[in-house]
Design a protein around this ligand. Structure first.
Ligand SMILES: Cc1cc2nc3c(=O)[nH]c(=O)nc-3n(C[C@H](O)[C@H](O)[C@H](O)COP(=O)(O)OP(=O)(O)OC[C@H]3O[C@@H](n4cnc5c(N)ncnc54)[C@H](O)[C@@H]3O)c2cc1C
Ligand SMILES: *[C@@H]1O[C@H](CO)[C@@H](O)[C@H](O)[C@H]1NC(C)=O
Ligand SMILES: *[C@@H]1O[C@H](CO)[C@@H](O)[C@H](O)[C@H]1NC(C)=O
Ligand SMILES: *[C@@H]1O[C@H](CO)[C@@H](O)[C@H](O)[C@H]1NC(C)=O
Ligand SMILES: CC(=O)N[C@H]1CO[C@H](CO)[C@@H](O)[C@@H]1O
Length: 578
């Protein structure tokens, strides 16, 4: 899959020059969210319409991709969810957990539970995962870029394009600063200060929350779109991709069928033209699912669901990975700020340490868990406090409505190496497919977790963190406390000698960085074209082999911009950067 790389870089520098020219006759026609004139409900769409590009999924990759393509082609962007701008409260930083737990009919969140018994969530909203996430913004390592075969100069320019709209320097109040100083104290060195770059040591990264706690999302990147050439439909759920009748050995994508909010079906077709394409950006669950629903996937599985086979593609749905997240919950003796991720420790044993404070931060995150957490915290703490004669701690102050006086320190492992698969449950595009991630199947993944947990324990016991450390709670009590929380649906093995290995396996959660299903080299080629099919690409997190950087969103948005520019180059000059 890495052949032709020599000529790749030769063409790349030439193309990069052309891109500069392209960008200079850019548009000043930018429109500001939430007043986009080109975003409409799908109910207003004609029964049949024609475009140069049809992008499926207005998520983290789909928005920057569609905005870029609209610079010189007619683009349709179809998003199954609604607008993130209708309820600005929902995307305030302090509403992170309530939005993630929202089960109302127009919720931006669709929850699912993997076959591993871990609670998880996916986006259903314009802006995709960037509307739900914890906001941390950080680039991939240069090694990751090289392995992906990307042009580094164009990658850097694409990151900057994203950062100019949505990335900010975080405020770094007391809790986050204490964890940063503790990471340095326990040897996660050097101190790299504030940077978007990925390197060993401790750093402050970017965030998509501005100083007032307002979230900026991939949907804001549509401000770059050319309003005259783009159309965005909301509540437009793509049912399947349609293909031209076979003429040669390869099938060619022709259009899509989508359903509006009232259940009415519409068709969008590609205009005549060799360069025109359909691009799937429906995310790590949505993209492999939609390929299968369209007849591109493992033939046996498709036949079992009565789906006519367009192309037997056994690797569609394979290579699904979710980086495990493990954490310790830490009740604090003093008030803490509400913070999501701002600091990261990038260790040499491939574990990333991050922290959040002041909210009930748990993956299921429903009221049920908030209440459980409150109950367990109160009972456990009361028991410990009763044991300590001199204790005078008001247990009630640890939980105050939805916020917790305390926080979590978590670790995510690089990669991961462990991988699983995705299968259809039904032919309904609204239903979650079945997903298995096989957490810790690889012993190396488990080693990374154990080393990460050891670092977290050192951080908690450090001098720098001491003001947030409750002296009545020994480390073992914190481990017990976490083991007792209903973090997932997996069996618990709580004994006097529970090992960190067992702790990792029993308390595994998601950090929502799941990826794979349409991986480069297996389902798409290095230009993200679906192997064996014309006029169809996949561009989103489903193409990754590993999660980029410490957290992926910067790279997902970058990839949308990057590929948008490469596709336009091919369109305008008849060659790509391959
Ligand atoms: C709770 C949470 C916290 C996270 N925290 C961070 C963090 O702090 N930092 C970070 O870097 N990353 C974080 N992430 C991960 C990051 O947000 C995701 O990796 C990224 O958003 C994935 O982008 P994507 O484009 O692949 O998919 P998505 O952004 O999910 O986009 C897919 C889009 O396709 C739409 N779609 C799906 N099927 C269809 C269909 N049939 N028809 C029409 N539309 C469809 C979906 O509604 C969605 O909008 C977090 C994610 C979550 C959920
Ligand atoms: C891209 O950015 C990285 C990180 O900021 C930098 O180290 C690298 O030199 C840049 N590469 C190019 C080709 O500009
Ligand atoms: C703690 O002590 C109080 C007062 O003695 C008692 O009412 C309470 O039940 C004890 N709680 C626990 C969990 O032991
Ligand atoms: C942790 O839980 C185990 C098993 O219930 C128990 O034996 C041990 O004493 C607990 N440790 C602390 C510090 O509470
Ligand atoms: C839409 C939403 O979830 N709003 C909530 C945001 O957080 C505040 C304060 O916790 C709640 O009162 C709102 O209901």
């Amino acid at each position: 899959m890495h052949k032709n790389m020599g000529s790749a870089s030769l063409h790349s520098s030439f193309s990069a020059l052309l891109l500069l020219i392209l960008n200079f006759h850019g548009f000043c026609l930018t429109e500001k969210a939430p007043y986009y004139s080109f975003v409409h409900e799908a109910t207003t769409a004609p029964p049949v319409s024609f475009y140069d590009y049809i992008v499926i999924g207005g998520g983290t990759a789909g928005c920057p991709l569609a905005a870029t393509l609209s610079q010189s082609a007619n683009v349709l962007l179809l998003e199954r969810g609604g607008s993130p701008y209708v309820n600005p409260e929902r995307i305030k930083m302090y509403n992170f957990t309530s939005t993630l737990a929202d089960t109302s009919p127009d919720s931006p969140t669709q929850q699912f539970v993997s076959e591993d018994g871990v609670y998880n969530a996916r986006a259903s909203v314009l802006g995709g995962g960037s509307v739900l996430n914890a906001g941390f913004y950080t680039r991939a390592s240069t090694r990751y870029m090289r392995e992906a075969g990307w042009n580094e100069a164009l990658v850097n320019a694409s990151y900057r394009w994203v950062e100019n709209k949505v990335a900010f320097q975080p405020p770094m109040l007391q809790w986050q600063s204490a964890v940063r100083d503790a990471l340095l104290e326990v040897g996660v060195l050097p101190n790299n200060g504030f940077t978007y770059d990925h390197m060993y040591g401790t750093k402050v990264g970017g965030t998509i929350f501005d100083k007032d706690g307002n979230r900026h999302t991939a949907a804001d990147l549509l401000e770059y779109a050319n309003p005259a050439k783009i159309r965005v439909y909301l509540h437009a759920t793509v049912q399947r991709i349609i293909f031209l009748k076979a003429v040669g050995p390869k099938r060619r994508a022709r259009g899509v069928v989508y359903q509006d909010g009232t259940g009415k079906r519409h068709v969008a077709l590609l205009k005549k033209g060799f360069s025109n394409e359909i691009i799937l950006s429906a995310g790590a669950l949505g993209s492999p699912q939609l390929l299968m629903l369209s007849g591109v996937g493992p033939a046996d599985q498709l036949r079992a669901h009565g789906i006519p086979v367009v192309a037997d593609h056994p690797m569609v749905g394979q290579g699904m990975s979710d980086n495990p997240m493990n954490a310790l919950f830490i009740p604090s003796p003093q008030p803490v700020e509400v913070s999501l991720i701002q600091v990261v420790g990038i260790t040499r044993f491939d574990s990333y340490i991050e922290t959040a404070s002041g909210m009930t931060f748990s993956p299921s995150l429903g009221r049920r868990v908030s209440n459980d957490l409150a109950k367990i915290l109160s009972e456990d703490l009361a028991a410990y406090i009763n044991k300590s004669a001199d204790a005078k701690v008001d247990v009630g102050t640890f939980i105050n409505g939805d916020s917790v006086r305390g926080g979590i320190i978590l670790e995510k492992i690089m990669g991961p190496i462990s991988a699983g698969h995705l299968e259809l449950r039904s032919t309904d595009p609204n239903e979650n497919p079945s997903v298995t991630f096989n957490y810790f199947q690889s012993p190396e993944d488990l080693r990374r977790c154990v080393n990460g947990m050891r670092t977290i324990i050192s951080v908690i016991n450090s001098q720098a963190f001491s003001k947030f450390r409750n002296r009545y709670l020994p480390t073992e009590a914190l481990i017990n406390l976490t083991l007792n929380l209903p973090l997932n649906q997996r069996p618990r093995h709580v004994t006097a000698t529970t090992s960190l290995e067992q702790f990792c396996i029993d308390t595994v959660m998601t950090i929502w960085h799941y990826h794979g299903g349409c991986q480069v080299g297996r389902v798409v080629d290095m230009d993200y074209r679906v192997l064996g099919i014309d006029a169809l690409r996949v561009i989103d997190g489903s193409t990754f082999h590993h999660s980029p950087g410490t957290n992926p969103q910067a790279t997902v948005m970058m990839l949308g911009r990057y590929m948008g520019q490469r596709i336009l180059l091919e369109r305008l000059f008849g060659f790509g950067m391959k």
